[in-house]
Ligand binder design. Structure first.
Ligand code: HEC
Length: 132
């Protein structure tokens, strides 16, 4: 029978390993909110839209200026219509076509998700995580 002193440390070491391996409990609601606000695809979509400057026609927060609200459009139209309006544009009425612009055409799903989130209130006008 092994001496007690060799058994105890090994058993403690196992307990420590188990404790470290257990995931920390997180409040699922807070976790979801945080992941929404720091969801990188959304933040980088927001940056892309700023760089392309849809706002110069659609207004600072895309709620309408000389061109209509993009948020309202996402709220009321199908995904197909939304995508088509951006990729094909409406050049005769002043809306450029973005099909040949990879930073728009390449992330059209994220763009739709961004405006849907704006429409249902889950994505704020400025989705960047708070500066700490
Ligand atoms: C040069 C000005 C201009 C820019 C820049 C612009 N748009 Fe537009 N957009 C318009 C105009 C004008 C319309 C309305 C066209 C019409 O009356 O059919 C429009 C329409 C739209 C619509 C359909 C809305 C509706 O109610 O018919 C969407 C969606 C849209 N734009 C998205 C975008 C996105 C996303 C960007 C940036 C990637 C962008 N636009 C950049 C001028 C612009």
């Amino acid at each position: 029978m092994p001496a007690l002193s060799t058994i105890v440390p090994r058993c403690c070491a196992v307990l420590v390993v188990i404790a470290v391996a257990m995931p920390a409990r997180a409040d699922p609601e807070a976790e979801r909110t945080r992941s929404q606000l720091t969801d990188d695809p959304i933040v980088s979509t927001w940056r892309t839209l700023r760089a392309i400057d849809c706002a110069r026609c659609h207004g600072k927060d895309y709620e309408g200026l000389t061109a209509p609200s993009i948020i309202e459009y996402a709220r009321t139209q199908s995904r197909e219509m939304f995508v088509r309006r951006i990729l094909d544009g409406e050049p005769s009425r002043g809306m450029p076509a973005y099909r040949d612009n990879p930073s728009i055409a390449g992330r059209i799903d994220d763009i739709y998700r961004f405006f849907l989130g704006r429409a249902d209130g889950t994505i704020p006008a400025d989705p960047r995580p708070a500066q700490r």
